[in-house]
Design a protein around this ligand. Structure first.
Ligand code: NAD
Length: 424
């Protein structure tokens, strides 16, 4: 497929053989022969053995690439690692519709993470809290002495906040250390700083410091993505109305919001995993943020604008890094960052939020029109075909027949496979 200009918009990408898809990505992202080898090679055992304990081997996931994304007027191919069918296709379709009105626009706050120190057994919590604030400069300097590299990059501990919480154990002080972690996810950096502050906090408060660890509710490290979804492309006014009706349930009901947000995380986690980031941290932050008002609700909002188009927005914490953790160790994570063409954590955060919005739009669009199963069925049918024992070309043939017959079921697949084999 010759590329005349650098664009992520491709039609029929899914129909190409894997080699041709790799060719396209190679041209788009200026990959080298060495990079190309990484597509086929797995994580080497020595690296895996350094990453976790008791290693036996590695565990593979399919790695795909979502096409059509235009974010802040820049084209992106988005690597996604996931075991779930339809996720990559849905993101690509949503990105195609969003493109009509200019794609995704994003903004994000500074990469500020929060470290918590829990101070117990303090006699007078109010004057102890004041005392902590009076020692702010000294505390920040001590925190920054733990990570000269981070400070050299313009990051480091920037602020201290003190909260007094009532608990079954009585009043306790919770100190928040606010750290600019630049291009790191920041957990290790923040935890190290918190541990260093504990002894001096015990002196200042005459209390005992128990917990000293990062909070995954990274609500000072937020990212927002918006997109306008074209009315005509969506099929008209009545579809947008149906879409908004579907969305409304997620905004008021935690039972629906949980599934709605799970759909968002289908896209987000896939990029987070592909780029070697911590998906549990992102999940924890997202869901805690969704419940910040006391009612667990949707991470996205939608409304109709004056032209009758659909406007979607997502806002959530995004503690991602392009340095540190697995992001630096896993060769495929490096390759995926190269495919994305990103070099800062902030840009990665903005791309990830856009994918979350795209994924959510695609799911609600399907739910409001044909239903979710239609899109899922053709890939699901392939899985069922394999489970029924189909091999090679049989898989495609059997899957197509299952979808055509509207019976994507294992028992039926086995019967049909026997018939196909008898015929040929
Ligand atoms: P890290 O400690 O491996 O790397 C960050 C360090 O890299 C910084 O402290 C800094 O010294 C250095 N650095 C160099 N260039 C930098 C730049 N441009 N910007 C920022 N720092 C730069 O990694 P981390 O991000 O502190 O920790 C992430 C890891 O911690 C992840 O693997 C995560 O799974 C794990 N973790 C998470 C939690 C949690 O989420 N609750 C808790 C513990 C550990």
């Amino acid at each position: 497929m010759p590329q005349t200009e650098r664009t992520s918009i491709v039609s029929g990408f899914y129909k190409l053989p894997i080699e041709k898809r790799r060719e396209f990505v190679t041209q788009f992202s200026n990959l080298t022969q060495e990079d190309l080898k990484s597509f086929s090679s797995g994580l080497d055992l020595a690296t895996a053995d350094r990453m976790i304990e008791n290693v036996l081997g590695t565990f593979e996931l399919p790695l795909g690439v979502a096409v059509n994304f235009l974010i802040n007027k820049k084209d992106y191919l988005i690597p996604m690692a996931t075991e779930e069918s339809s996720v990559v296709a849905a993101a690509s379709n949503a990105a195609k519709i969003a493109r009509v009105k200019g794609g995704f626009s994003t903004i994000s706050s500074k990469p500020l993470m929060i470290g918590q120190l829990q101070v117990l057994h303090v006699k007078d919590v109010v004057s102890a809290a004041q005392n902590i604030m009076q020692h702010k400069t000294q505390l920040l300097a001590l925190a920054n002495a733990q990570d000269k590299i981070l400070v050299d990059f313009g990051g480091g501990a920037k602020d201290i906040e003190v909260r007094i919480l009532d608990s079954p154990l009585g009043h306790m002080i919770v100190v928040h250390l606010i750290v600019d972690v630049r291009d790191a996810m920041g957990a290790n950096a923040v935890n190290t700083m918190c541990e260093a502050l504990a002894p001096i906090l015990e002196e200042i408060t005459a209390g005992n410091v128990r917990l000293k660890i990062l909070s995954n509710l990274a609500d000072k490290r937020l990212v927002k993505a918006t997109a306008i979804f074209d009315k005509e492309k969506m099929g008209g006014d009545s579809i947008i109305d149906a879409f908004l009706e579907s969305y409304t349930l997620a905004s008021i009901d935690p039972y629906r919001a949980a599934t709605h947000n799970k759909g968002i995380m289908n896209g987000i986690d896939a990029v987070i995993i592909a780029t070697g980031n911590d998906f549990r941290a992102i999940e924890a932050g997202a869901h805690a943020y969704a419940a910040r008002t006391g009612l667990y609700t949707s991470l996205t909002t939608y409304h109709k604008n004056k032209d009758g188009d659909l406007v979607g927005e997502i806002e959530l914490p995004m503690a991602v890094g392009v340095i540190g953790g697995a992001a630096n160790m896993h060769p495929k994570a490096k390759l995926c960052r190269k495919i994305l063409g990103i070099s800062t954590a902030q840009e990665l955060a903005e791309v990830v939020a856009s994918v979350g919005l795209a994924q959510n739009f695609a799911a609600l669009f399907a739910l409001s029109t044909v239903g979710i199963q239609k899109g899922h069925m053709s890939l699901h049918a392939k899985n069922i075909a394999v489970m029924a024992g189909a091999q090679g070309e049989e898989i495609e043939r059997l899957a197509d027949q299952l979808v055509q017959d509207g019976k994507v079921k294992l028992d039926y697949a086995k019967i049909l496979l026997e018939k196909i084999r008898k015929k040929s």
